[in-house]
Design a protein around this ligand. Structure first.
Ligand code: FAD
Ligand code: SF4
Length: 512
């Protein structure tokens, strides 16, 4: 049969209204989905991340078949080639369609692979806009045009005005644009107390088959599958959303920065996997939060704090990614060259905060934002790790990791690798921050208040070392000049002792 348009649906484009399928003509068109081992190995992916994509793709394919959509499904276990691009090329050579239609991929590398495959097969490529996002790449570029520094806050206010979300008579609902000051609480001595459990989905037969396949094909990959709990269908994604909004949204705001031992999820939504695979849309997530806020008069600080993440940060990061690639992937403002500590892959470290954050990451494929930013992220910066190695780790180990959102967060926010293009200062903190926001330090062999000596906290030593090394730059920035003054107050001996301690620590970081 002659195929007019082959319509490729990628593993993170599982919207039932997928733009690649718009205008589908069953008599002439064919849908195409491709599982490729190369997508699991180009970074050393967590088993749960591989399983999530495959399970969701297989459920989606079943739904397409149920709708009578003609589908070519290239399964992982089909013989070589292994890479997505090569597999696509083989299908194009076989089917010889007039055109391949695909929605904008979420990663430059994938886009280039698809372009190359089409060029090699002599097939026209039609890239259609990804309507999942509220802001198109073009609109973001227009907003950013002429701005040297991009600030999420100003983009977010622009979007609030444009969409009317949380606005009343042209002013922000509740009278303020943000409630950050109320949204930074630690749990306090008593700990988090009872937190209603987030939705979890027991694997069905399709998912169980995928879990077995992943164990078989990728046995030495990081992470575990025994706690696999993620939504793999749109219905499950919607269920997760409803249960978050019902039971957890009200308390999301105040505790969103708090961390506690054996409390991997806190009050967070866990919606990023369903959102990033496009099982659910940001519009319906925001709508659900706003509807609950109206019906149940939820605290504005929690509702705004949550909406800011989805409407603000998520859209902003996607815009920045496409604006600043490919340079963002190579950015290395501080010229850091050290290797990622080996225990990022094992959690085998004496630093309790890292053991907790990395440990739950390996167990679940999940850590919440502050664990990613202020624990594993900042440590990568303070330990002078080459940004690419850090961002490859983030892309590998989280179930929600897709490059358009992972890379700007890692290179831009956590590592300041792009020199402050969208953050006004590097996020750095000592063990005092971890101690304030968690109980991790209580179970640690190090002491957060010590910067030198045998029990000095590595975070604290490296924080002061970092300030010492970058004192001039910190002094020149009004947002960090206070930090520079603190380091300037230290005497020469103290500074020398910190430098020595930091050197020794960095040289033996795998033993920390
Ligand atoms: P919640 O805290 O409940 O937030 C609600 C939603 O808001 C999230 O589901 C997410 O869609 C969105 N959101 C929140 N913060 C951000 C943010 N900073 N950027 C973009 N969207 C945001 N998020 C990913 O989706 N994929 C990644 O690969 C990823 N990598 C990250 C790497 C680093 C170094 C850092 C600091 C952050 C990263 N984030 C990433 C952002 C954020 O940590 C996760 O979105 C969040 O932890 C997901 O958990 P949740 O769904 O419970 O989020
Ligand atoms: Fe982390 Fe330092 Fe606290 Fe230990 S003392 S948990 S290393 S911040």
């Amino acid at each position: 049969m002659t195929v007019r348009r082959l319509r490729l649906v990628l593993g993170d484009q599982l919207d039932p209204q997928a733009p690649a399928l718009a205008g589908f003509d069953p008599a002439l068109d064919r849908a195409l989905m491709i599982e490729a081992a190369g997508e699991a190995t180009h970074v050393w992916s967590h088993k749960a991340r591989i399983a999530l994509f495959l399970a969701a793709m297989r459920h989606y394919a079943d739904a397409l078949r149920g709708r009578g959509v003609p589908l070519t499904y290239v399964a992982l276990d089909q013989p070589e080639p292994a890479s997505l691009g090569d597999r696509l090329r083989a299908v194009l050579a076989e089917d010889q369609p007039e055109a391949l239609v695909v929605a904008e991929p979420g990663e430059v590398r994938v886009l280039e692979d698809i372009r190359r495959a089409c060029a090699a097969a002599g097939v026209a490529l039609e890239i259609v806009p990804d309507r999942h996002f509220l802001v198109s790449r073009e609109e973001f570029a227009r907003w950013a045009a002429g701005k040297r520094e991009l600030r999420m806050e100003s983009f977010y206010r622009h979007l609030r005005r444009k969409t009317g979300v949380l606005m009343r008579d042209g002013e922000p609902d509740g009278g303020a644009w943000n409630y950050d000051a109320e949204n930074r609480k630690g749990y306090g001595r008593g700990g988090p107390g009872e937190i209603p459990a987030p939705a979890a989905f027991a694997p069905d037969a399709i998912t169980r088959e995928v879990l077995a396949l992943v164990e078989r094909r990728f046995p030495d990959h990081p992470g575990r599958l025994d706690a696999f709990r993620w939504p793999v269908t749109r219905e499950q994604g919607l269920d997760a959303l409803a249960r978050f909004v019902d039971a957890r949204l009200a308390q999301f705001g105040p505790w969103q920065d708090a961390m506690w031992t054996d409390t991997p999820f806190g009050w967070h939504s866990l919606l990023s996997p369903a959102l990033n695979l496009k099982l659910i849309s940001p519009r319906e997530v925001i709508e659900a939060a706003l509807a609950a806020a109206r019906e149940r008069r939820l605290p504005i600080a929690s509702v705004e704090g949550f909406v800011r993440q989805v409407l603000g940060w998520r859209e902003f990061m996607r815009g920045v990614y496409w604006l600043d690639m490919p340079g963002l992937a190579e950015a290395n403002h501080f010229g850091h060259r050290r290797a990622l500590p080996a225990w990022y892959w094992s959690a085998d470290t004496q630093m309790n905060c890292m053991r907790q954050a990395v440990g739950q990451t390996l167990a679940l494929g999940y850590a919440h934002h502050i664990q990613r930013l202020m624990v594993t992220g900042i440590f990568g910066l303070l330990a002078e790790v080459e940004p690419r190695q850090v961002s490859d780790w983030y892309l590998a180990v989280y179930v929600d990791a897709v490059e358009w959102v992972e890379l700007p967060n890692t290179a831009g926010m956590a590592l300041y690798a792009n020199g402050g293009r969208f953050t006004s200062k590097p996020y750095v903190a000592s063990g005092a921050y971890v101690n304030r926001m968690s109980n991790y330090c209580q179970g640690c062999r190090y002491r957060p208040d010590r910067r030198t000596g045998a029990d000095a906290c590595p975070f604290t030593t490296l924080y002061w070392n970092f300030l010492d090394r970058h004192e001039d730059a910190f002094a020149a920035n009004p947002r960090t000049s206070l930090m520079a003054r603190n380091v300037a107050r230290m005497d020469r001996e103290e500074r020398t002792a910190i430098r020595r301690q930091a050197e020794t620590l960095l040289d033996r970081i795998d033993a920390a």
